[in-house]
Ligand binder design. Sequence first.
Ligand code: NAD
Length: 285
Amino acid sequence: MSAKIIDGKAVSKKIREEIREEVEKLKSVGVHPGLAVVLAGDNPASRVYVKNKGEACRSAGIHSEEHKLPADVKESELIDIINRLNKDPRINGILVQLPLPLHINKELVLKSISPDKDVDGFHEINMGRLFIGQEGLIPCTPFGIIKLLEYYNIPVEGKFAVVVGRSNIVGKPVAMMLLHRNATVAICHTRTKNLKEVCLMGDILIAAAGRQGMITGDMVKEGAVVIDVGINRMDNGKLTGDVDFESAVKKAGWITPVPGGVGPMTIAMLLYNTLKAAKMGHHNG
Ligand code: NAD
């Protein structure tokens, strides 16, 4: 058996096209969605992410602006900029690119973003809303995973889902979203004993550990849906996931490749959240 491929590149393209059309319509009634990205320091990977986010916005017709700050920026200056953006009517979404320089308190910075403009969904209010099942802005990567499952009509209700990784940005929120969709969910982490046995129970297996190739075919249940969130750079510079694709593809029913799986969905959902925030702001305003 060889798994069917979940093509995140194609799905994200379609979503981005739909967003572009909706942005067009909004503009025709005078609403211009806008995203501000704040980058502190000169982490090369962050610079690439910020550039890609700006380009994605522009191709969707969304106003985009970048606020680049030096690595030694004061925490108070960063928060002042966020406060200004919170009040700026042209800006519907604010994203602070992580990681932040070490002298800056990440929690404090994320908390200073207005929850209504928090397009990354990392604010404690949006996290809280997600956990109690209330409407809010949802972190882009977990949201993208759920959209992929929906796009391919992959059933979640009653399934046993195993999430490997318990970070606040991927593992925990995706586990909660699967739970709200009536899956039975296990969350695994570095202290999990018998990881292989737990993974083998997964009708849906989500790998979000950041450990290259750690999920091998012998850890995959026959016919399982395998979602690889991991992005690991190999010695040759190429990207690879947390799943050993070669062996897992033989056991899985569905599988996401890396690259071209979850990654492109993350940026599509950022645009989606910006559009959603613009619509919310319009109704509130
Ligand atoms: P993280 O380092 O914050 O969390 C990793 C989690 O995995 C931790 O909870 C840890 O307990 C668990 N873990 C690590 N090693 C393990 C092991 N051997 N066995 C069991 N559990 C283990 O990472 P993160 O921010 O959640 O990201 C996870 C991966 O997803 C990374 O590779 C990251 O680059 C990638 N990522 C991809 C996207 C995307 O758009 N595709 C977005 C965010 C993160």
